[in-house]
Design a protein around this ligand. Structure first.
Ligand SMILES: *Cc1c(COP(=O)(O)O)cnc(C)c1O
Length: 421
């Protein structure tokens, strides 16, 4: 297993020298001109330390064994690849859902936090911090901190603390300290700033578990590698189901980009596979209320990386809006900025109403209530003209339990007749 992974790494690495174009990170931490590590001097030491050690740790036999054990027996992997027959009929192709919604804590985020806490432990760190928006990454981090008996501090914008109470309660029950952040708009961007500030004050003993493929190098690459178990499984499962190890389409939603990066990781250099990503259009990309960073962003630096950023002409960050709290980040993982620019991925903006429609469609066609974030990629399905023979893998990043309040309200506005209202 270990040798297998190491040889895979070298194949990617060597491949990057031979291929005309590689979509993986380069030795300096860039995807094209996106990425890098733009950090204050005081963090230089610990980011360097992580950079020097993360590949060695991730590829070590001890890590691989423990990571696999926890992913399988604790998080519930491998997640099923489910042939959704009724959804397939609706869109005239063969759709498989990659069921990340069935993981412990309800989304793909646990893959990343299990991996990062093992890295933190190996590096001798004793205290964990994290940022969270909707609270999903906070819960996934608090969960692994309970498991590993490590103290956990989660920064969360005060606005989010108020509107995401069930997740706040979960984090507290798991033993985390949730610190409400009152700067700026009191949402995810501000929570991230505060987490970085904390890290600057405790660089030697604290590990910052970042929740997506964002932040300074090596975070985007590290998170992508930890989430790449998703595409590794897709390969294996497609061979079993279809007798061929690649789909025609891979589809995923992007907030910061971690479930998408995990979904496409092992297919990036396989041009037979089309990549479709969905970002949150909010009320429409021209409405002034949107979170479609790839459509609307301009190049800039946010939270340690050069990427596309929603900003005004003065470089002030513009507050993103989406019905989905997990997608309203004003930046985007540098890998996705690069995939969009190089046209390796097609990025669609899916609006609130399109995502909501997709929620109810999946619920009634397949008996699966998806998370609002995941519904954005489902909402992209009607925008693509598939052929009957196309094999399409859609990553269902999470389940809809946390969104029931929103669904109840929307459902009852639209369908007053329905008995659920
Ligand atoms: C957090 C979250 C996302 C967005 O994060 P990515 O890093 O872009 O994957 C998507 N879906 C669910 C269910 C989430 O909880």
């Amino acid at each position: 297993m270990c040798l297998h992974i190491i040889s895979k790494f070298y194949a990617t690495f060597v491949g990057s020298k031979l291929n005309k174009m590689s979509y993986q990170v380069d030795e300096k931490g860039y995807y094209g001109r996106f990425g890098g590590a733009y950090i204050p001097e005081i963090l230089h030491g610990c980011v360097e330390d992580l950079k020097r050690n993360y590949l060695r740790i991730i590829n070590s036999e001890a890590f691989v064994t423990e990571f696999r054990r926890l992913l399988n027996d604790y998080a519930g992997r491998p997640s099923p690849l489910y042939h959704a027959r009724r959804l397939s009929d609706r869109y005239g192709c063969k759709i498989y859902l990659k069921r990340e919604d069935l993981n412990h804590t309800g989304a793909h985020k646990i893959n990343n936090t299990v991996g990062q806490i093992l890295i933190a432990r190996e590096m001798g760190k004793r205290r964990i911090i994290a940022e969270t928006g909707a609270g999903q990454h906070g819960v996934a981090t608090a969960t692994v901190c309970a498991l590993m008996n490590m103290p956990c501090v989660v920064y969360m914008g005060k606005t989010d603390v108020e509107r995401q109470q069930p997740n706040v309660k979960k984090m507290q029950m798991l033993g985390a300290e949730v610190i409400p952040v009152t700067s700026g708009n009191m949402t995810l961007k501000d929570a991230t700033n505060e987490a970085i500030r904390d890290w600057c004050c405790h660089p030697s003993d604290t590990f910052y578990i970042i929740g997506s493929t964002v932040g300074p190098h090596p975070y985007p690459d590290m998170v992508a590698r930890l989430q790449s178990v998703i595409s590794e499984e897709i390969k294996q499962q497609l061979s079993e189901h279809e007798g061929r190890a690649y789909p025609d389409y891979l589809m995923a939603c992007v907030g910061g980009g971690s479930n998408a990066a995990g979904t496409i990781y092992h297919f990036l250099d396989d041009e037979r596979v089309k990549i479709i990503l969905a970002e949150a259009g909010g009320e429409g990309i021209l409405s002034g209320r949107s979170a479609a960073t790839i459509h609307l962003g301009k190049e800039g630096i946010i939270h340690g990386a050069r990427t596309l950023v929603m900003q005004n002409d003065d470089g002030q960050i513009e507050e993103p809006y989406s019905i989905s709290a997990g997608l309203d980040y004003p930046g985007i993982g540098p890998i996705h900025a690069f995939l969009a620019e190089s046209k390796r991925a097609e990025v669609l903006a899916v609006n609130d109403d399109e995502a909501l429609k997709a929620v109810f469609e999946l619920t009634r066609l397949e008996g699966i209530i998806p998370a609002l974030e995941s519904a954005h990629i489902l909402g992209a399905l009607p925008k693509i003209s598939f052929k009957q023979a196309d094999i399409v893998v859609v990553t269902l990043s999470g389940r809809g339990d946390k969104d029931m309040d929103t669904y109840q309200k929307k459902y009852c506005n639209n369908e007053k007749e329905h008995p659920a209202c």
